[in-house]
Design a protein around this ligand. Structure first.
Ligand code: I24
Ligand code: DGL
Length: 288
């Protein structure tokens, strides 16, 4: 019905369908916020797997399985596009998801890599992310595809997600944790640093301070939302009528609603979803 390409055939009913956003938890709200800012008429259905967060330390197989479980849940709604807001899930599952869905599917890695290539002056780029993202080398591969002679330094920073989630990011100790995490980058020459994790934009000021003012900090959220906007414009899929956003979480709906309301600056209601029973239900009735 709809393809990524020049000869686009659009089903007019898709205009009022919704944008699905999936993430391992609440971090993807950084991307959702940017989509709301750039595409204020669009309706978002956000799914956060807060019960099984973090994905960073998990195996690629596990992350792929969880990612497909979230997608199968959202597939009951009319989706016009799907955004994988989680870097770890994008790193290990994006291509597989794209190969089975007939709507546009965007990850956060290629847009982030593109923004970094635009920003770099000397072609020396650093990438920080979870263990899963760094292990996959997805950023390095994306950057080298865009510019073969680029130099890329990658670093997993497993202490930074807990720092944000514990709500300590403005404590005096936070600077020390960030400096310690980035120590392997201190003697590396780089002019641009990609924040390859949903949570790191909340630490952007501290990271900038530690890395030095000459280093440009890139967060993928803005670039991803702008790519989504381009796709919707070009394919005639922009919404005409806004509906209510919906938020689904596998963990506590109250906690999710509290963090989302705080972050998005509007009152958010969240709905709790039990994925395991939903997956069993699908298996029973649709055999897959
Ligand atoms: N920030 C994040 N995760 C949390 C948190 C936070 N608690 C306080 N703040 N908890 O991520 C994660 C575990 N929860 C998630 C919800 O279900 C239960 C388990 C970063 C959020 C990025 C949008 C601090 C905090 C906040 C609101 C906005 C931003 C923020 F409360 F950092
Ligand atoms: N959302 C994840 C990412 O962007 C960070 C949190 C996690 O490890 O699940 O990689």
């Amino acid at each position: 019905m709809m393809q990524n390409g020049d000869d686009i055939v659009v089903d007019p009913s898709l205009n009022n369908s919704v944008i699905g956003i999936i993430d391992s938890g609440v971090g993807g709200l950084t991307v959702a916020k940017e989509v709301m800012r750039q595409l204020p008429r669009e309706t978002i259905y956000y799914f956060g797997d807060t019960l099984r967060c973090p994905y960073g330390p998990r195996s690629p197989e596990e992350v792929r399985q969880y990612t497909f479980e979230m997608i199968h849940f959202l597939e009951q709604f009319p989706l016009k596009a799907l955004l994988i807001a989680c870097n770890t899930a994008t790193a290990v599952a994006l291509e597989q998801v794209q190969s089975v869905l007939s709507i546009p599917v965007l990850g956060v890695i290629k847009p982030g890599a593109r923004a970094a290539i635009k920003a770099t002056r000397e072609g020396k780029i650093g990438v920080i992310g979870t263990q899963g993202t760094i292990r996959s080398q997805a950023y390095k591969i994306a950057l080298e595809e865009l510019h073969p002679s680029i130099s890329v330094h990658s670093l997993a920073c497993p202490t930074l997600v807990p720092l944000v989630e514990n709500g300590n990011r403005s404590s005096p100790e936070a600077y020390r944790v960030v400096a310690e995490a980035l120590r392997p980058f201190q003697n590396k020459q780089m002019d641009t640093l990609i924040l390859g994790c949903t949570h790191y934009p909340l630490l952007a000021d501290l990271i900038h301070q530690v890395m030095g003012a000459h280093v440009r900090i890139i967060s993928s959220a803005e670039e991803t939302a702008s790519e989504l906007s381009t796709i919707l414009h070009h394919s005639g899929l922009l919404a005409q009528k806004k509906k209510f956003h919906r938020f689904f979480a596998t963990g506590s709906a109250e906690l999710f609603a509290k963090i989302a309301s705080d972050w998005l600056g509007q009152k958010i209601y969240a709905e709790k979803v039990e994925l395991s029973s939903y997956t069993l239900y699908r298996k029973k009735f649709f055999a897959g």
